[in-house]
Ligand binder design. Sequence first.
Ligand SMILES: [Cu+2]
Length: 128
Amino acid sequence: MGQGRGSARVSLGLVVGVAMLCLLAQMQPTLAALYTVGGPSGWTFNVQNWPRGKPFKAGDILAFNYARNAHNVVAVTSRGFNSCTAPKGSKVYQTGRDRIRLSRGVNYFICTFPGHCKGGMKIAVNAA
Ligand SMILES: [Cu+2]
């Protein structure tokens, strides 16, 4: 008799376990992805095509790796992106290892070292 109760307890445990696994599996796609901007070369010239075809989502993180005496990362508006200028008050990142969380919509980043943005150090990242 005691054995029957025991196996009922085991199968209840199994049901709860499976339910929790299903819950975890459902949560999986919402985990933030980390993208290294520019791949192995990092944040440098001619990265403007790097975002192409990548399935960015709001909350994903961009890792900008670069030599901090050579470059920076500035979050700008579409106007700043197109004109390669950073409006006053723009957020400037300059550690050389910046991690930036994407907001929904298009996120624009440029390097404001002279000539760099015009040389292709700019990305527009569309996060769904
Ligand atoms: Cu630069």
